[in-house]
Design a protein around this ligand. Structure first.
Ligand SMILES: [Zn+2]
Length: 386
């Protein structure tokens, strides 16, 4: 059974009608809570604890079967796509199609482990700590909430849900890694333990499923061991843990498409767990998933014939990377020039000669050339693509 875009069409169409979560990459707790209220889901939330700034950390659960799956997202606050997909998955679990899942599994989901970072659009929590490096120290209240849930719920599987930047490609290709996975190591030797093997099998299932919709755009993260990372720690405790990274889909800066592929992967993996189909899955295809490389940048301007002094232009090309900045209730994608472009490729290639007037205006300006150039790029690219 496949859970690709085609299968999801009816489901997503019905539910997207009310959705406003696609409006911005910024997903504050207030926006999420208002959305859940609209769907009459807010009253089903449980409060697990509070963040540094005293915001509630919520969870919800669905199903009452013996197999326990713990999922959490936005432990990095500026990574909202998987939270949106996790809410989609909750709605899916309430449908008749998910009856088998509800009867065989109990899902416990934490949609925003880092609500302060989600509000501020920061990776770190309000104390500036990366919660995904705090698995041993447990120095932060959010880390302790996750650990407490893990110890009380005793999950059979964990899904650790994140977003990755636009720079990541699936292997050496120019194709962005729309979804990447990792079965984290459990020790420095990267031994394929029983838990890790199960995580690999789940990833093989999701990756095969995604080939129907985004062939070649699935990546695999480096498996260097770091016990401070939550996924590595849980795998070391013999709990199969899958790392998800929601990435870039061409021109999809709001990650509306990517959200669907994360949902599709959550569905495919959950059905595999529920139906006991992991036994027959081989792990070899896991290692055939191309490793994530980081050679992509948002815009490549080519055919730049003029290179004023001091401009970081290399040859005839220039690369631009968008910096995501919170601005009120939304995120601005602010273009910044990449100062070293060796080996890098643009996700969007723009012929500068086709925008000669703008480019000349920019080069002849009295003001800081770089500042003007970025403004120009903004005109050229940002409003077309974002
Ligand atoms: Zn992350």
């Amino acid at each position: 059974m496949k859970y690709n875009i085609v299968n999801l069409f009816v489901f997503t169409f019905v539910h997207m009608k009310k959705s406003d979560l696609d409006q911005s990459r910024l997903l504050s707790p207030t926006t999420l809570n208002n959305f859940l209220k609209e769907y009459a889901l807010f009253d089903s939330l449980n409060i697990l604890g509070t963040s540094v700034e005293n915001r509630p950390i919520y969870s919800y659960s669905e199903g009452n079967g013996p197999k326990k799956v713990l999922m959490w997202s936005q432990m990095h606050g500026n990574e909202s796509t998987t939270t949106k997909a996790l809410v989609d998955f909750w709605l899916y679990l309430k449908t008749p199609e998910a009856k088998q899942l509800r009867e065989t599994c109990t899902f416990l989901m934490i949609p925003q482990l880092n609500p302060d970072g989600s509000d501020a659009y920061t990776r770190v929590n309000a104390n500036g700590v990366d919660l995904n490096r705090d698995a041993i120290d447990l120095s932060q209240p959010e880390s302790r909430v996750l650990r407490d849930v893990y110890e009380q719920f005793k999950p059979d599987y964990c899904f650790n849900l994140h977003d990755q930047r636009t720079i990541f490609a699936a292997g050496d290709s120019p194709i962005p890694a729309t979804v990447s996975f990792l079965a984290p190591a459990a020790d420095p030797d990267r031994t394929i333990t029983t838990a890790r093997e199960l995580a690999m099998k789940l990833i093989v299932i999701a990756s095969n499923n995604l080939q129907a919709s985004i062939a070649g755009a699935v990546g695999r993260y480096d498996d260097g061991f770091n016990i401070n990372c939550v996924g590595d720690y849980f795998t070391a405790q013999s709990t199969p843990t899958v790392l998800f990274e929601a990435g870039h889909y061409p021109l999809d800066y709001k990650r509306v498409e990517t959200r669907k592929h994360i949902l599709s992967s959550l569905m495919a993996m959950s059905h595999a767990i529920a139906s006991d189909s992991l036994e027959t899955i081989e792990t070899a295809p896991y290692f055939e998933i191309p490793e994530n490389k980081n050679h992509l940048r948002d815009i490549e301007l080519y055919n730049l014939k003029k290179s004023p002094d001091g401009m970081p232009v290399f040859g005839n090309n220039m690369l631009i990377q968008f910096k995501e900045m919170k601005n009120g209730d939304d995120i601005d994608f602010v273009p910044e020039i990449v100062t070293e472009n060796k080996g890098l490729l643009g996700l969007q290639r723009v012929n500068a000669q086709e925008h000669k007037t703008l480019m000349n205006l920019c080069f002849d300006a009295d003001d800081s050339e770089i500042k003007n150039l970025t403004k120009t790029i903004s005109l050229l690219s940002l409003h077309q693509f974002v």
